[in-house]
Write a protein of this length. Structure first.
Length: 217
């Protein structure tokens, strides 16, 4: 992002990105507990940002070296009294809707793993030693979060990956490696992940449009 600080503390529509993200979950009755995983150096600032959202529901866990380690730490903090289901969401996706979270929760009633995704619309090429090759996109999807899982399956998948030294880009991949196939449900175009500065500018434009639509409704 090049912001010189944690991008989750940058503002979007007058509030921090992390607050925008967490308040979606905090506003849902189906969410009993929220665990925010943060680095030790940012923990106090993030706590201040979230201290008014559902007191007693939000807990904090120190993250690990990589994303997978951070999720493991959060799951481990739940292991003494585990829930039936758990959602994993990127803090840098603040424009998700409450309805998306509810659809993921609903899907977990019939499936052990639910993943929101959107079909790939762009033309794709793979670069090889022999040159560029067209990649057929008919069966390709862009994966989003929140990803929903039955607790037992996700915890076992993480434990097995740690024991075997396996790394994955997200939890759905870990579940697949453990032999549990995630079910894809429709994601949302607005649910972008803020990675570079251009993403933040796009999110600001999207936020303005969403707010205008809500006001008119």
């Amino acid at each position: 992002m090049g912001a010189g600080s944690n991008k989750l503390l940058l503002e979007l529509g007058g509030q921090s990105i992390i607050r925008r993200t967490v308040q979606v979950f905090a506003g849902l009755e189906g969410i009993d507990q929220i665990i925010v995983v943060a680095s030790e150096q940012d923990l106090s600032k993030i706590t201040i940002e979230l201290n008014c959202l559902r007191p007693g529901v939000i807990r904090y866990v120190i993250g690990g070296r990589e994303r997978q380690d951070s999720v493991f730490n959060a799951l481990e903090s739940l292991s003494a009294n585990p829930p039936e289901t758990v959602l994993v969401h990127d803090g840098a996706r603040p424009l998700l809707s409450a309805s998306l979270v509810e659809r993921v929760l609903e899907g977990l009633k019939d499936s052990p793993a639910i993943v929101p995704a959107l079909p790939v619309n762009d033309t794709l090429f793979r670069k090889t030693k022999e040159g560029t090759r067209l990649v057929l996109r008919d069966d390709l999807y862009r994966v989003q979060t929140p990803q929903g899982f039955r607790w037992e399956g996700l915890w076992k998948a993480h434990q097995a990956a740690r024991k075997a030294g396996r790394r994955a880009t997200d939890d759905a991949q870990l579940m697949e490696l453990a032999g549990i196939e995630p079910l894809l449900i429709p994601g949302e175009e607005e649910n972008i992940k803020l990675t570079c500065y251009g993403d933040l500018r796009l999110a600001q434009a999207m936020w303005t449009i969403l707010e205008k639509g809500n006001a008119e409704a």
